[in-house]
Design a protein around this ligand. Sequence first.
Ligand code: SAM
Length: 216
Amino acid sequence: MLIELTQDGSNTIFIPEWNERYHSKNGALQESIYVYIQNGLLHLQKSNIQILEIGFGTGLNVLLSLLYQKFDTQIIYTTLEPYPIPKSLYKQLNYTHLKNLHSLHQVFLTIHECKPAEWIGIRDNFQFIKHLIKVQDFETTQKYDLVYWDAFGPRVQPEMWSFELCKKIHHLLNPGGLIVTYCSQGQFKRNLKEAGFKVEVLPGPPFKREMTRASK
Ligand SMILES: C[S@@+](CC[C@H](N)C(=O)[O-])C[C@H]1O[C@@H](n2cnc3c(N)ncnc32)[C@H](O)[C@@H]1O
């Protein structure tokens, strides 16, 4: 796995064997803010928000959720990651050298180095837990308001966009709950509909035509 610089000056990770990146090469930061924060977190009208992230990866979505959290909201953030990246790699990521994210350097290390399956209070109004498992194996009675569906694309990981997973995520959401993702594959959107979601196709981040938001 290699660290790459994307168009907006933020890093991503490139997997040469798969020819797949953790984020868009046109701008990792820009894409994550647009898809997950602008069209997800900031779109929700709720003061107490249970977030589930599929694919912790670099931790960028956690940092951005902290950065954009409204002061009068409470976030309870659960992230899933079966293949955590090694320290040698995350230490090279430049996110906390970027404007606005400087103050989150210690948090960045904490979310990568914390014990799995243990709650930590990052702030009074931001609780965080990381499970080192696949979403397919994740069992809980908790219901979520917002899912950041940030798996690798259907070309390399078709099982992450399947009807079975759509059904599972639908079951994990509260009524009115949302999923947001960069992925806008036709089969995925059909799977979401069949699983009971109302699907919205939104304009994509720069250089990408579409993204998907769906609600229960
Ligand atoms: C496109 S990357 C994005 C990660 C992250 N959100 C970020 O911004 O860096 C996809 C992530 O999903 C993880 N992943 C792969 N299979 C998974 C599974 N079955 N369940 C949950 N996460 C998975 C990968 O290891 C990788 O970290």
